[in-house]
Design a protein around this ligand. Structure first.
Ligand code: ZN
Length: 400
């Protein structure tokens, strides 16, 4: 049964210090260099970690794993549950001139902590680590094994981070928490994406006689009209809505007095969980085929694909996260879907592990100039995660 962990048991000074120490290690990706966070992380978990593991598929691109064991044995015939806490240590790059303060010199102003990665997601990582100390301050024993996964490369798709853990078979557990910034909302579903270009070929001619050539720009315009904000016949998902496609870029032609020989239409199609790369490409082609474009000479090039993912909002672990937060916040947090992908997709889809994305910080702050996180929300997250750890003991699913 969940017990309330008071926010007064959170050591706010050490929480802000740990977040700040991590922010001060510049891990903008590219190049990432997540190994540079290793010393801070090892020191922060030294009182609790029983074993460490390193996965480093490319030099410097370190994912560091720490196992924090339960303080109680399994009951007869029972099993000590394993919770993965997956948090990325890379951040998106900054344009320092546009910041009003140094992005990697974290500063407290009022109840905000400023710096690159404070919201996305070194604050959430620090809250999840400091929750161990907060739980100890309650006097309650830790009833689960917690495997911290401090991963590289999330901001560039996770290929050198959580995907490498997936390849090593390290994503299987009873449940996972991914403390990305959700403003402490409980996120159980994410849209996937298919991004690429339609490369259009025309036949050049003199601009004074446009019908004597074939204009790639004119044909590109027809492709844009066929897919931009179009209805792809997707079902309406209760948390993710009905995704469509955006044409975000158009490039083409060589001069105003030449019938354009070449054009390129850049698209971003968002997709629902369960849609494969092949499905997504086929759906886009079907939409184009239906638009009477037989005379348009084009080729589709896929630049990026990320699958969607979801777990049931009624899964016992989603209930447990909601109730843990609710005890601290005093209200039930909303259950949401997100329009972008996180590493939770690998954990849900390939690991087969139910994963909730929930952490401190506003999604609007992620990747923004003058990024900040609310210190009171960091503290609430820490108390809520301590409550979650305390509740995730043998038999948790029946108590949730
Ligand atoms: Zn993030």
């Amino acid at each position: 049964m969940a017990r309330v962990v008071s926010t007064e048991l959170v050591d706010t000074g050490r929480l802000v210090d740990l977040t700040s120490e991590l922010v001060a290690v510049a891990t903008a990706n590219p190049p990432g260099n997540e190994r540079a966070t290793s010393e801070v992380l090892r020191a922060a978990l030294a009182p609790w970690a029983a074993s460490w593991q390193e996965v480093e598929p490319s030099p410097g691109r370190l994912s560091l794993l720490a196992r924090v064991p339960a303080q109680q044995p399994a009951p007869p015939g029972g099993h000590v549950p394993v919770l993965i806490v997956n948090a990325h240590t890379d951040v998106v790059p900054v344009v320092p001139d546009r910041w009003s303060r140094a992005p990697f010199e974290p500063t407290v102003v009022g109840d905000r902590l400023y710096g690159r990665g404070t919201a996305d997601m070194k604050g959430g990582l620090a809250a999840a680590v400091r929750a161990l100390a907060t739980l100890e301050a309650t006097g309650l024993a830790r009833p689960c094994d917690i495997v911290f996964q401090f991963v590289a490369d999330e901001e560039r798709g996770g290929g050198l981070g959580t995907r490498a853990l997936m390849d090593a078979g390290l994503l299987e557990a009873d449940a996972a928490l991914v403390p990305e910034p959700t403003g402490l909302a409980v996120c159980v579903a994410e849209r996937g994406l298919l991004q690429g270009r339609l490369e259009v070929r025309g036949r050049p001619g003199h601009g004074s006689r446009p019908r004597e050539g074939v204009s790639a720009v004119e044909h590109a315009a027809r492709l844009v009209l066929a897919i931009h904000a179009a209805d792809f016949g997707d079902r309406e998902h209760p948390l993710l809505g009905r995704p469509t496609a955006n044409v975000g870029t158009v490039h083409g032609g060589s001069a105003v007095n030449v019938v354009a020989e070449q054009a390129s239409v850049g698209f971003d199609r968002r997709i629902l969980p369960g849609v494969t790369r092949e499905d997504a490409v086929a759906g886009l082609r079907a939409k184009l085929d239906a638009a009477d474009l037989a005379d348009v000479d084009f080729e589709m090039v896929v630049d990026d694909f990320g699958e969607g993912s979801e777990m049931s909002p009624d899964h016992p672990f989603a209930h447990l996260v909601r109730s843990s937060l609710g005890l601290v916040l005093g209200y039930e947090p909303p259950t949401i879907g997100m329009s972008f992908t996180t590493d939770a997709r690998f954990i849900r889809n390939q690991g087969g592990t139910p994963a909730v994305v929930c952490g401190p910080g506003d999604i609007a702050q992620a990747h923004s100039i003058d990024e900040w996180v609310s210190i009171p929300q960091l503290v609430q997250a820490t108390a809520a995660f301590a409550t979650l750890y305390a509740s995730f003991g043998p038999g948790w699913a029946t108590n949730a």
